[in-house]
Design a protein. Structure first.
Length: 365
């Protein structure tokens, strides 16, 4: 009887072991599925961040906040090399530590990681110790994972996550971390064009207006708050003639007078840029073309009434003054949110460049 009881107990133990193994596999499967779902959700959040109507830096800060929230990361910092220096694009670390964080590429412990494009994990063994790259700080981080970022095999910076616990990342699923890193790289690739547009914007020295690039970067953020907007481009059609027959100084004075008049005439909510040479662009955000035409007629009339006396330093023949006035050709079109602004401006520019030089009106295309 005792033998039978022992055999029964053995079978029960074996059955429980098999059951526990089965449960463990199911839990693992569930965890893997959960991780995949979480990663997909994070990826969706990344895509949403890219699509938001804000600057590159704001997009990256939004992505970093998502990482911290979704993966329960204590500290997360994204550092990018902009061609001249390393810049912290996103972090939740106190500003007093930024100088150290944006110079991690100089640390011996991370140089091999950068050279080989591999992740570097560092941690301390005792509470009294500190991480090798820490100088003035002791208690903030006790574990860190350094991940160099590459776009098309070109090193562009790094992402570092930190924890206040010793050996915090010993059992971290690096596969998930690598996926997140690649998503960060994808985001950086996606926003490179936008970042370029934001950084090359300049102000024209004569009119003090932003250059055309402003429309495609910073300006587009405010324009895309509305479903449709009216884009107006105008050309001072006789500017070349003024430059040739009188002087470039006269031409510049005409540019300044016209741009100043229009700046005073339009709302600060609208965007006014010097597009190129004698061409300017105005975006009436959220306004239909019909509501713009009458206003532009008045602006056009006022601008063409500008008169500048030409003086060439010599006695004016017959004591009659020569006055110079601009002639302006306007063309309008509709911009729809989510489409390419450059497509609209190119269409308007082409129209003005191909129009008869004597054309002097307001046209909608």
């Amino acid at each position: 009887m005792e033998l039978i009881g022992i055999i029964i107990l053995v079978f029960i133990v074996i059955a429980l072991v098999i059951y526990n193994i089965s449960i463990h596999k199911k839990v693992q499967t569930f965890n893997n599925i959960s991780q995949k779902i979480n990663s997909l959700n994070v990826l969706q959040d990344f895509m949403n961040a890219i699509g938001e109507n804000n600057s590159v830096d704001e997009k990256l800060r939004s992505i970093n906040d998502t990482l911290i929230e979704k993966f329960d990361i204590k500290y997360s910092t994204i550092v990018v090399f902009n061609g001249a220096e390393y810049v912290i694009k996103a972090t939740n670390v106190d500003e007093k530590h930024w100088e150290a964080l944006k110079n991690l590429h100089t640390q011996e412990i991370f140089r091999d990681s950068i050279a080989t494009a591999t992740t570097k994990y560092v941690t301390i063994e005792k509470e009294s110790e500190r991480l090798p790259y820490q100088q003035m700080e002791f208690a903030r981080a006790k574990s860190a994972m350094f991940l160099p970022l590459y776009v098309d095999n070109v090193y562009i910076g790094y992402w570092i996550i930190e924890s206040g616990q010793i050996h915090a990342y010993d059992h971290l699923d690096t596969t998930i971390i690598d996926v997140i890193k690649e998503n960060i790289v994808s985001v950086l690739k996606t926003v490179i064009y936008q970042n370029t547009m934001e950084n090359i914007v300049r102000k024209d020295q004569f009119t003090e207006l932003y250059s055309a690039e402003y429309l495609y970067g910073i300006g587009k953020h405010s324009i895309d708050k509305y479903t449709t907007s009216t884009v107006c481009m105008f050309k001072i059609t006789n500017l070349e003639e003024i430059n040739e027959n009188y002087s470039r100084k006269m031409g510049n004075n005409i540019l300044i007078k016209v741009s100043n008049l229009i700046k005073r005439s339009i709302s600060a909510d609208y965007i006014f840029v010097r597009y190129m040479g004698p061409k300017f662009a105005i975006v009436f955000s959220g306004v239909e073309p019909e509501a713009v035409v009458e206003f532009l007629k008045d602006v056009k009339q006022s601008a063409e009434e500008i008169s500048i006396v030409y003086e060439n330093g010599k006695k004016i023949k017959n004591k009659q003054e020569i006055s110079i006035s601009p002639k302006i050709n306007f063309v309008l079109s509709t911009y729809y949110k989510g489409t390419g602004m450059e497509g609209v401006t190119k269409k308007l520019e082409k129209y003005l460049d191909n129009a008869n030089k004597q054309e002097n009106k307001i046209t909608y295309i």
